[in-house]
Design a protein around this ligand. Structure first.
Ligand SMILES: [Zn+2]
Length: 126
């Protein structure tokens, strides 16, 4: 077990609902890597993410928790896990982090190439 993990858990003031055992088990299952990009997690970059965001009615149950790096978590925002994976063309069925590290530039490339959703003109045709 990583020496910093207990310190990280202790520092999570607003995440008291997350049990240390849950975080440790997730860390173990994910081989200490981010679920989306496969980056090694450390005390500074690790975020506990709700797959289904709290904003969308997600809960603190262990099944709804995953550990991400700060970059991916910020990118995900309040998106749910599946739409995020679909958007960034990540393996939808994957329950483990990718074996090969996905560089951040990959995400930027997709962000840049996806056309912006055009807002419908409410007065169109009138
Ligand atoms: Zn990541």
């Amino acid at each position: 077990m990583e020496y910093w993990l207990d310190k990280w858990i202790a520092g999570q003031t607003e995440r008291k609902a997350l049990k240390p055992e849950v975080i440790k088990a997730k860390f173990e299952n994910q081989d200490g890597r981010c679920m989306y990009c496969g980056r090694k997690l450390n005390r500074a970059n690790m975020h506990a993410d709700h797959k289904k965001s709290l904003k969308n009615g997600g809960s603190n149950t262990p099944a709804n928790i995953q550990l991400l790096c700060g970059y991916c978590n910020r990118l995900k925002g309040s998106m749910n896990d599946k739409p995020f994976r679909r958007y960034y063309e990540l393996d939808l069925a994957s329950k483990v982090p990718p074996l090969r590290l996905i560089p951040f530039s990959y995400f930027d490339k997709i962000k840049a190439s996806k056309p912006k959703v055009k807002r419908k003109d409410p007065y169109n045709g009138f």
